[in-house]
Design a protein around this ligand. Structure first.
Ligand code: BES
Ligand code: MN
Ligand code: MN
Length: 455
């Protein structure tokens, strides 16, 4: 890999320039106003895959946003690496909290600021550039396939069908995904656990119209008050979810597994300081790392209703809404938990309101092995590029398709993510370190070499 690594070092400017072009296209999958931009991003990725050396690069239509597929098969007898990533991004709002416009990337203090800089444009593009370097220097050691989708941030609804319908095309020995984070650049880590997700929306209706809150208040239930009562009953004072059956399938970790998890460097004081909170909060009996990494959780993501304009309006609203999500751990099933949640919320609704529950997307939790060929090669590659042996960690985030890869393709995934918590993914001022981008490209090249070597 020496020539490729040299090539990578000499092409920083080109690699950044191309990433900037990719970051300038607002590929917001959740907002149908950006449909054309999402498509333009797919076209851009397709062109770049071709330029980098793919023999074939195509746009695969889905009922939603397209999937970009590319491949270079150099020798059927060599191992095949399937790269998965996503070119779509989260909405950029609240826009006024950005220090520079989200789709006009800039470098400040060694960091690239833009929506998608880390999640996941900057990260999946590392694979394209590592591939380019290896092709240009005739150092490719594996066949490579790329599957870059445009719907990850909205639940990968159409990718499952694509995977099921294209098992032969996606045949591979390992799936590599750079869409997670490390503990820090001084303490590199490899994610081995992702949470699942069940997400739903609740609509509570009280009276058939908005009412005067003095004339009717006290005599008629206020749907916002009622929704708040219902939500607060979903968790008890020990921080546990009260939905019957919610914990039935949760796998408890062994004392050793918990000790390993808690051995990761984590400073609770720094954590609180960074977030400007006086205290942490979570399920009794678990540390912060455990609460985030291995325990299922429930959160309200949004709540609205009534008057929220300037000044005060005395109103008893007709409707109230909330978006509620649960994060799931092995062996909880997203479909089962969604069903439990819907039933429970319908059950606890008092007779003075009507309630409508609508499930959104979901995904099952995933655990990736630490003894697979893929993990061992990834650990070697990280050590080579970062100078330290990585430690395995469990993340609270979700990549819905990982569980399905395992089930349908029967191939291990390795989560070779180079992000950091400070990258602020999904938040205003998302960024990605230039060092992480460049070292990530190098890490991926080493991964190709080590993976081809491990038998
Ligand atoms: N890349 C993230 C997931 C992630 C981030 C995993 C950091 C581990 C560490 C991914 O793009 C994401 O945001 N996933 C969504 C799920 C999706 C269904 C909207 C999430 O976790 O909220
Ligand atoms: Mn992502
Ligand atoms: Mn994301």
């Amino acid at each position: 890999m020496n020539a490729s690594v040299e090539y990578i070092k000499n092409h920083q400017e080109k690699f950044l320039d191309e990433l900037f072009k990719l970051l300038r296209i607002p590929s917001i999958s959740a907002d149908s106003q950006y449909k054309d931009e999402v498509r333009a991003t797919a076209d851009f990725v397709q062109a770049k895959l071709k330029e980098a050396g793919c023999d074939k690069a195509e746009i695969c239509e889905t009922p939603g946003h397209p999937i970009v597929y590319g491949e270079k098969i150099i020798d059927e007898s060599l191992p095949t690496i399937l790269v998965y990533g996503h070119y779509d991004v989260q909405p950029a709002d609240p826009l006024d909290l950005w220090d520079s416009p989200p789709f006009e990337p800039v470098i400040k203090d060694g960091r690239i600021y833009a929506r998608g800089a880390c999640d996941d444009k900057g990260q999946f593009y590392m694979h394209v550039k590592a591939f380019e370097a290896m092709v240009a220097n005739d150092e490719l050691t594996c066949n490579v396939k790329f599957m870059i989708e445009g719907e990850e941030e909205v639940g990968s609804d159409n990718l499952g069908d694509f995977v099921k319908a294209n098992k032969e095309k996606l045949k591979s020995d390992i799936i590599v995904i750079s869409d997670t984070s490390m503990i820090s650049n001084d303490c590199p880590s490899i994610t081995v656990g992702l949470k699942g997700l069940s997400y739903l929306e609740v609509e509570v209706t009280g009276p058939n119209r908005d009412l005067h809150s003095g004339v009717y208040g006290g005599g008629v239930a206020n749907p916002i008050n009622t929704l708040c009562d219902m939500i607060s009953s979903l968790m008890d004072d020990k921080g546990r979810v009260t939905i019957p059956g919610f914990y039935d399938k949760v796998v408890e970790l062994t004392a050793q597994e918990r000790a390993d998890l808690n051995a990761a460097p984590f400073d609770e004081e720094d954590y609180k300081k960074d977030l400007d909170i006086a205290a942490v909060k979570g399920e009794d009996g678990y540390t912060t790392l455990e609460r985030v990494g291995i325990r299922p959780t429930l959160d309200v993501n949004g709540i609205w209703g009534g008057y929220i304009g300037e000044g005060a309006k005395t109103v008893l609203p007709s409707k109230a809404y909330a978006k509620i999500s649960t994060r799931l751990v092995p062996n909880q099933s997203s479909d089962e938990i969604t069903e439990l949640l819907v039933k429970h919320i319908e059950n606890i609704a008092p007779d003075y309101v009507k309630v409508k529950v609508t499930p959104h997307h979901g995904g099952d939790p995933a655990v990736t092995p630490t003894d697979s060929k893929g993990y061992l090669a990834a650990a070697q590659a990280v050590e080579k590029a970062w100078g330290k042996k990585p430690i395995p960690t469990r993340d609270g985030g979700s990549i819905p398709i990982v569980a399905l890869f395992n089930e349908e393709l029967k191939v291990d995934s390795v989560l070779l993510g180079m992000g950091l918590d400070e990258d602020a993914i999904h938040s205003p001022n998302e960024s990605y370190g230039v060092e992480n981008y460049m070292k990530g490209i190098e890490t991926i090249s080493w991964f190709h070499q080590y993976f081809a070597e491990t038998k």
